[in-house]
Design a protein around this ligand. Structure first.
Ligand code: PLP
Length: 397
């Protein structure tokens, strides 16, 4: 039925708009939304052939769906990945990679600084299945090397990491994984493929929460796993088909269409975030600003080497610890208090009492998450309005 567009050698911005498109005989210009659970066959012989994998075509939307397939193909083109599979959320993507790729007796090495739920899966859920872990300071390449054991099968990291925006040297860690016969999985949610493509640095697997910058408008949850053919065939495909963390075709359609403006939005997020970071750095009551592309970021050179932009998140510390941070949040009139990120609307959160509250005070201190720390996901509003809002809120401290 569907006709395929030839992707040819299109550049990233063209892939973002046209990659993976399949048209029905109606020749619709916008990608179609296929809200269907099942597919009919011309004959039982055809059903048999599709179930055996001998004929192409869709079988059931837990396996695949044309709208979902378009989203997957476009993501694969943007990340430079051979294969992509979309999931119901970012955590479904992360959990599937870890649970499909590891078994009893295996060992995973991960950077301490990571999204709270990822850390929960690695520290609390995997050990129930006999999968051990070592958490390292992601910025220290020697710690990655020293944590490797003969049982290590997966290395997992996030860069830039939440909320400190610490950067991990992906090329160095990919080499360690390769030498140890393990796979490197990178959570690319903070940068998006518009700013960073971990497979170019040697990552074997990339995971996304498409809920964040890929949707970009705070509407729908989704996730994506990008990988090579061996991982799909040997681990991921059967796991996803039989456990069922599939994305709704509706959410896949939203995220597919959102990819068309991803690079424009990321450019604007980066410009706004740069302005906000520079503004905050000049404020008396702000004691510290963290933004990957500012020269005072401890890994500024590495960030510039592996990213095309500093991203949309700025982290900063205010005087007065938790009380100061809460007072500032309460005084904001434009920026919303929300733990989500990657929205067109600017959102601020206090990591110590929200995303990182599960960690002990010592574990937070080890990550550099202080009581006065705030994380702002800079949106697409006029940056002058955002600076005015932050200025009046800071004046209450
Ligand atoms: C949000 C997020 C996740 C989880 O994604 P969901 O879509 O909320 O399940 C994982 N990793 C990072 C870095 C995130 O920001």
């Amino acid at each position: 039925m569907a006709t395929h567009k030839k992707p040819g050698k299109w550049r990233a911005r063209t892939q973002a708009v046209r990659g993976g498109q399949m048209r029905t005989p109606f020749q619709e210009t916008a990608e179609a939304l296929f809200l269907t659970s099942g597919y009919a066959y011309e004959a039982p012989e055809e059903a048999e052939a599709r179930f055996k994998g001998e004929a192409e075509g869709f079988v059931y939307s837990r396996y695949s769906n044309p709208t979902v397939a378009m989203f997957e193909a476009r993501m694969a083109a943007l990340e430079g990945a051979p294969c992509a599979r979309a999931t119901a959320s970012g955590m479904a993507a992360v959990s599937a990679v870890l649970l499909a790729g590891l078994k009893q007796g295996d060992h995973v090495v991960a950077a301490k600084a990571m999204f709270g739920a990822c850390r929960y899966v690695i520290e609390e859920i995997l050990p129930r299945f006999g999968i051990a872990n070592t958490l390292v300071d992601g910025a220290d390449v020697d710690q990655w090397q020293n944590a490797m054991t003969p049982a290590t099968k997966m290395l997992f990291l996030e860069t830039p990491a939440n909320p400190t925006l610490a950067i991990v040297d992906m090329k160095a860690v990919a080499k360690i994984a390769e030498a140890g016969g393990a796979r490197l999985a990178v959570d690319n949610a903070f940068a998006s493929p518009a700013l960073q493509r971990p497979m170019e640095s040697g990552a074997h697997i990339v995971v996304h929460s498409s809920t964040k910058y890929i949707d970009g408008q705070g509407r729908a949850l989704g996730g994506v796993v990008l990988c090579r053919e061996d991982f799909l065939k040997d681990h991921l495909q059967t796991f996803l088909r039989n456990t069922g963390p599939c994305i709704s075709p509706f959410n896949a359609w939203l995220h597919l269409k959102s990819l068309e403006t991803l690079s424009l939005r990321m450019q604007a997020h980066c410009e706004n975030a740069t302005q906000i970071a520079d503004f905050l750095a000049e404020q008396k009551k702000v004691t510290r600003v963290l933004y990957p592309f500012r020269p005072d970021h401890p890994q500024h050179n590495l960030a510039r080497a592996q990213m095309d932009g500093g991203g949309g998140v700025v982290t900063f510390e205010v005087e007065g610890g938790k009380e100061g941070a809460f007072r500032l949040e309460n005084a904001l009139q434009l920026v919303d208090v929300s733990n989500n990120l990657g929205d067109t609307k600017s959102l601020i959160t206090h990591p110590a009492t929200t995303t990182h509250q599960r960690l002990s005070p010592d574990a937070r201190a080890a990550l550099g998450v202080s009581d006065g720390m705030l994380r702002i996901s800079v949106g697409l509003e006029d940056p002058a309005d955002l600076c005015e809002d932050l200025e009046q809120a800071l004046s209450t401290l």
